[in-house]
Design a protein around this ligand. Sequence first.
Ligand code: 5GP
Ligand code: ZN
Length: 131
Amino acid sequence: MKNDCLFCAIAAGEIPSSKVYEDEICFAFYDIAPQAPVHFLVIPKEHIGSVAEISGENSSVVAHIFEVIARVARELGLESYRVVSNIGEQAGQSVHHLHFHVLSGRDMTWPPGWSIGQEESRRGTPAALYL
Ligand code: 5GP
Ligand code: ZN
């Protein structure tokens, strides 16, 4: 457990959350600011900063998390959903403890939201360059 890590504290039960699922390896809970009718997060109990810190040493945790996502989604009756993990500031990561967002219950666009600066907008840079 990392000091001052919000999600380490949530996984340890020190900060309350609306729990969806828990086992020895991971913890799932509803997002405090849902972006879809169903929006929960699945995190490892072990502190890992983001996908960028996944290696051969800890990747089994990710495999387990995806098993859990599939099982919980089935139990919640989700037929279509999106799994997202943001890595780093530009991608929108705000909590630096690995987490997978599971979103469901509304239409979703692809690609995910992006915005370009006015300059690029005026030059008409094709969206494809930003993917
Ligand atoms: P990120 O922005 O890092 O991809 O995702 C972090 C997510 O954690 C956000 O969707 C945010 O709403 C959620 N979050 C932040 N603080 C809390 C909290 O205290 N409790 C819960 N349940 N979710 C949180
Ligand atoms: Zn942590």
